[in-house]
Design a protein around this ligand. Structure first.
Ligand SMILES: Nc1nc(C(F)(F)F)ncc1COP(=O)(O)OP(=O)(O)O
Ligand SMILES: [Mg+2]
Length: 216
């Protein structure tokens, strides 16, 4: 997997914005996000057909901008929506099982909070690791303790060439240090979905993330 895809990895569900989620997604795509994950869970999350319909509309929008569409947690939803990949956490269906029933060419992401989880993700053939939560977050109700920049560096040291993206409470001012700590990109939910100007904010995340890469 091209690690450039992880530069600015936007994640959103309908309950991460008070606006039309498709409008927010399109503005983020226009701002240059490099990857998108549909994460529909928590309070007021859509269910059933409404969730599938939104997933399919978001996928079509991502593909209009040549951006891959990833689904969080739900393998069956990802298969039904013909997504480009899946992101699974430590409490979700194990990657080994998921790979047995999903397309060979999918992008497979796994969450890791510590080195042991990261090692397992590498062994199980993940395409990237989502490392975090780096900072405190209000978005994920059951988030673990923040691991900070040190946590990124530790996982970087054992992940070898595997792309890693940082997640958890990330704001613009964090990007430089997160990239310097060894992450190939940043994952953002509310930092973009709740922004006054979504497109401009996405553009800034892209510029900061790109600049650090060239700087380092
Ligand atoms: N959704 C995620 N996406 C990423 C990504 F790498 F894509 F940025 N990293 C980590 C998570 C968190 O995944 P998980 O621990 O299963 O919790 P939840 O399902 O509530 O998101
Ligand atoms: Mg999950």
């Amino acid at each position: 997997m091209d690690k450039e895809l992880l530069r600015v990895y936007f994640i959103m569900g309908s309950n991460n914005t008070t606006r039309d989620p498709l409008t927010v997604l399109e503005e983020a795509l226009q701002g240059g996000i490099t990857l998108f994950q549909f994460r529909e869970k928590g309070k007021n999350a859509l269910k059933g057909k409404a969730k599938l319909d939104l997933a399919i509309k978001m996928k079509r929008l991502c593909h209009a901008y040549n951006i891959p569409f990833i689904v969080n947690d739900e393998v069956d939803l990802a298969l039904e929506a013909k997504a480009d990949g899946i992101h699974i956490g430590q409490d979700d269906e194990p990657l080994i099982h998921v790979k047995k029933r999903c397309p060979e060419n999918w992008i497979y992401g796994v969450s890791a909070t510590n080195e042991l989880e990261a090692r397992h993700a590498v062994q199980d053939g993940a395409d990237y690791i989502g490392v975090g939560p780096v900072y405190g977050t209000n978005t994920k109700e059951d988030a673990k303790q923040p691991i900070g920049l040190k946590g990124i560096a530790e996982i970087r040291s054992i992940a070898g060439e595997l792309p890693i993206v940082a997640i958890g409470g990330i704001k613009l001012g964090h990007v430089f240090n997160i990239r310097k700590a060894g992450a190939d990109g940043v994952s953002v939910i509310s930092g973009i979905s709740h922004a006054e100007k979504v497109r401009q904010t996405a553009e800034l995340f892209c510029n900061y993330s790109h600049f650090t890469a060239s700087y380092s």
